[in-house]
Design a protein around this ligand. Structure first.
Ligand SMILES: [Zn+2]
Length: 82
């Protein structure tokens, strides 16, 4: 089915749209969720269930997801502006 559709759309401008969709999908897949442990003492404060350990502020990520997602979003913006 898919290969037949590809044969129909040989124009270069027709290829642009699916690539945008794939990049968007890749962007969603690349984004990380905050670490969540069964024992919420070890969870990231920004995870769905929060962190039981009061030593960490509620709004500060300590699992690296924020840092990772920042890089992913920057890269995504760069790709879109190409
Ligand atoms: Zn986190």
């Amino acid at each position: 089915m898919e290969s037949k559709e590809k044969a129909k759309t040989e124009k270069p401008e027709a290829r642009k749209c699916p690539v945008d969709l794939l990049i968007s999908e890749l962007h969603q897949l690349a984004l990380q969720t905050h670490y969540s442990c069964e024992d919420s003492w070890y969870s990231c404060p920004k995870s769905e269930n929060g962190c039981y350990n009061d030593a960490y502020p509620d709004d500060e990520c300590n699992c690296g997801a924020d840092e990772h997602n920042k890089k992913v979003n920057e890269l995504y913006e760069k790709i879109l502006s190409c």
